[in-house]
Write a protein that binds this ligand. Structure first.
Ligand SMILES: Cc1cc2nc3c(=O)[nH]c(=O)nc-3n(C[C@H](O)[C@H](O)[C@H](O)COP(=O)(O)OP(=O)(O)OC[C@H]3O[C@@H](n4cnc5c(N)ncnc54)[C@H](O)[C@@H]3O)c2cc1C
Length: 526
C-alpha cells in the first residue's frame, strides 16, 4: 500500500488490465477484492481518499434491516442477514454483535414490535447474533439507564451487527492489494476511451497530487462510484438516463453519557415512517438518521438545519435528559446511492436492493444496495463484468476470504481492537520509540503511532485522511480533531517528505472542513 510503488506498477503494466474499478468505497473495494481473488488483473482508482464518499458516513450497522421486513422485503432481509454473518466471520476485528433495546411507551408496542423482531431474529437462522425477547420496565432501564422512565412500560431487545465503516474500506483495499490488485487513491477518472466499435476499452485518469494525465486500458470497466455513478456513466453514454435517486442522511454525535452502557436504542417508527438508531460507538453516542431526497451528490454533503432538528426532536421523547444542539460534538452527512424507480419523490420507499447495469458500450455499473451487502454486490458485478468482457469464468471466493486485519480475539486489544492483527505493528512502532504512544488529545486513544501507521501502511495522504477515516476523530469530536490537526500535519509531513508550506495548507484546509462538522448556536440558525 505504498502509493509511489502502486503508480509505478500502473505505469509498467503491459497491455490492458482485466478489470478496472472506478470508485474506492465499499462497493469498489469489494469488487477489487472479488476480482483480484478470482485471479484477474485488477486496478482500482479512487478519485479522492478510500471511503471519502458514503462508505464512511453510514450508521455503522451490519444489519438485515428491520425496516425492510415491515415493507415485506423478506428476500432482501434474509440475504443481508447471511452477509452479516459472513462479514462477522471474515472481519471479526471490525464487526461485532450489538444489543438493541426498543423502548415501549404504549401497551401495544411490545406485542407488535416484539413479534416483528422475533421473526427478524428467526430469519437469521443459524447465523443469528442473539434472540429477541420482551423486557420489563426494570430490564429495559438496566440495559439503557438513560431512557425516560416516566411511562416506560418495558421494551424489546434484539441483536444486530456493528462495525467501523471507513476502517473496513481501508482493510478491503489492503486485502485487494494482497490479492495482487493495484489500488490508488487520489486518481480520478475523467474520461473513457473506446474502440472503433464504440466499446469502452480504458479510462483517462488524473493523478490529483501531480495533475498528471494517464491512459489506463482495460478489458472491462466497473463503475462503482455510488451516488456519482451517473456522472461516470455519462462519460461513456452522454445521454444516459438517471439511474440514481440520491438521498441524504445525517447523524449527530454526543458524548458517552447519553448511552453509557453497551446497548443501542432503536426507535421503530419516526414521524416520517422510518426507524432511528442511537448507538454507542468508539466511546461516543451516534444518533441518526434522516432520508432527504437531494438534487445532486457532492463529496462533502452538508447536514441541513431541518435534519438536525428532526434528529433532536425524534430522539428527545426517549431520553430522560434529551440531547440538545449544544451537546453535539460532531455531525456528518452521507448520500445513499438509491436506484431510481420512475421519478419517486419519497426516497424512504425506494428499495435498498442493488442493480448491475451493463451499457451497450459494455461499461458495467454496480449501485444501490447497502454496506452490509457489499460482498454480494461485488460478486454480481464481477460475474457480469467477466461475461461482458469474455474473461475466463472463475468462481467467487470471497464468501470465506479473510479480510486484512482478521483477528477473532481483537477485543483483547482494547483501544487498538479495530486494527486487529495490525495492532502488533503499532505495538512494534511504540517499542522502537515510546514517545509515539503519547496521546495526541486528552479525549481519545489516538497517538502518533496511528498516524505513522496510516501513512506507511494505509495510504493516508492528508490530515483529513488520518483524522476522518484512518482514526475517526472528525466523526466523533470535531473540536478534538481540529486541535489535533497541527500535530498530525507535522508527523505526516515527516513521513511523506513534505515542506512547511504543505503542512500549513493542510492545517488550514482541515480547519475549514472541521467547521462543517460543528453545530453552532443554542437556537437553530444562530
Ligand atoms: C446516512 C446513511 C446511513 C447508512 N447506514 C448504513 C448502515 O448502517 N448499514 C448499511 O449496511 N448501509 C448503510 N448505508 C448505506 C451504505 O453506506 C452505502 O450503500 C454504501 O456506503 C455505498 O458505497 P459505494 O461504494 O457504492 O459508494 P461511496 O462510498 O460513495 O463510494 C463511491 C466512491 O467513488 C468515488 N468516485 C466518484 N467519482 C469518481 C471518479 N470519477 N473517479 C474515481 N473515483 C470516483 C468517490 O470519491 C467515492 O469514494 C447508509 C447510507 C447513508 C447515506
Amino acid at each position: 500500500m505504498i502509493r509511489e510503488a502502486m503508480l509505478a506498477r500502473l505505469a509498467e503494466h503491459a497491455g490492458p488490465w482485466d478489470v478496472l474499478v472506478v470508485g474506492g468505497g465499499a462497493t469498489g473495494a469489494g469488487v477489487a477484492v472479488d476480482a483480484a481473488s478470482r485471479g484477474y488483473s485488477v486496478v482500482l482508482l479512487e478519485g479522492s481518499d478510500f471511503g471519502k464518499g458514503t462508505s464512511s458516513r453510514s450508521t455503522k450497522l451490519v444489519h438485515g434491516g428491520v425496516r425492510y421486513l415491515s415493507q415485506g422485503n423478506i428476500g432482501l432481509v434474509m440475504g443481508a442477514l447471511r452477509e452479516r454473518a459472513a462479514l462477522r466471520a471474515n472481519a471479526p476485528h471490525l464487526v461485532r454483535p450489538l444489543q438493541f433495546v426498543v423502548p415501549s411507551y404504549r401497551w401495544w408496542d411490545a406485542p407488535y414490535y416484539g413479534t416483528g423482531l422475533k421473526v427478524y431474529s428467526l430469519l437469521a437462522g443459524r447465523h443469528g447474533f442473539g434472540p429477541a425477547t420482551i423486557l420489563s420496565h426494570g430490564e429495559a432501564l438496566a440495559r439503557v439507564p438513560t431512557l425516560r422512565p416516566a411511562g416506560l412500560r418495558g421494551g424489546i431487545t434484539y441483536f444486530d451487527g456493528q462495525f467501523d465503516d471507513a476502517r473496513l474500506v481501508v482493510n478491503l483495499v489492503q486485502t485487494a492489494a494482497e490479492q495482487g490488485a493495484v489500488t490508488l487513491n487520489y486518481v480520478r477518472v475523467a474520461g473513457v476511451t473506446k474502440t472503433a466499435a464504440g466499446d469502452v476499452d480504458g479510462v483517462v485518469a488524473i493523478d490529483e497530487e501531480t495533475g498528471l494525465e494517464m491512459r489506463v486500458p482495460a478489458r472491462v470497466i466497473v463503475n462503482a462510484t455510488g451516488p456519482f455513478a451517473d456522472n461516470v456513466r455519462r462519460l461513456a453514454v452522454p445521454d444516459a438516463p438517471a439511474l440514481i435517486a440520491p438521498s441524504q442522511g445525517i447523524h449527530l454525535v454526543f458524548d458517552r453519557s447519553f448511552l453509557p452502557g453497551t446497548c443501542g436504542v432503536m426507535v421503530p417508527k419516526t414521524p416520517d415512517g422510518r426507524v432511528m438508531f442511537a448507538v454507542p460507538w468508539h466511546g461516543y453516542t451516534l444518533v441518526g438518521t434522516t432520508d432527504t431526497p437531494i438534487g445532486e451528490a457532492t463529496l462533502e454533503p452538508k447536514p441541513l438545519e431541518q435534519e438536525i432538528q428532526f434528529v433532536l426532536e425524534t430522539a428527545a421523547p426517549y431520553f430522560e435528559k434529551p440531547p440538545t444542539r449544544r451537546d453535539v460534538l460532531s455531525t456528518f452527512a452521507g448520500i445513499r446511492p438509491l436506484v431510481a424507480r420512475g421519478g419517486t419523490s419519497n426516497t424512504a420507499s425506494l428499495s435498498r436492493d442493488h442493480t448491475v447495469c451493463v451499457e451497450a458500450s459494455r461499461l458495467v455499473t454496480i449501485t444501490g444496495g447497502k454496506w452490509t451487502t457489499y460482498r454480494h454486490m461485488a460478486e454480481d458485478a464481477v460475474d457480469a463484468a467477466a461475461r461482458a468482457a469474455g474473461l475466463p469464468q472463475r468462481a467467487c471466493v470471497t464468501g470465506t476470504l479473510r479480510i486484512h486485519g482478521w483477528d477473532p480475539q481483537a477485543d483483547r486489544l482494547g483501544a487498538r481492537a479495530a486494527y486487529g492483527s495490525d495492532a502488533a505493528h503499532l505495538r512494534a512502532l511504540v517499542e522502537q520509540d515510546p514517545a509515539l504512544a503519547e496521546p495526541l488529545h486528552a479525549s481519545g486513544a489516538w497517538d502518533a503511532a496511528v498516524v505513522i501507521w496510516a501513512a506507511r501502511a494505509e495510504m493516508a495522504r492528508t490530515v483529513e485522511d488520518v483524522l476522518a477515516r484512518r482514526c475517526r476523530v472528525l466523526f466523533l469530536d470535531a473540536a478534538a480533531a481540529y486541535a489535533m490537526a497541527p500535530h498530525v500535519a507535522a508527523i505526516l509531513a515527516r513521513e511523506l517528505g513534505r515542506d512547511a508550506l504543505w503542512q500549513a495548507k493542510q492545517v488550514s484546509a482541515f480547519a475549514t472542513l472541521a467547521e462543517q462538522y460543528v453545530v453552532r448556536g443554542d437556537v437553530p440558525g444562530s
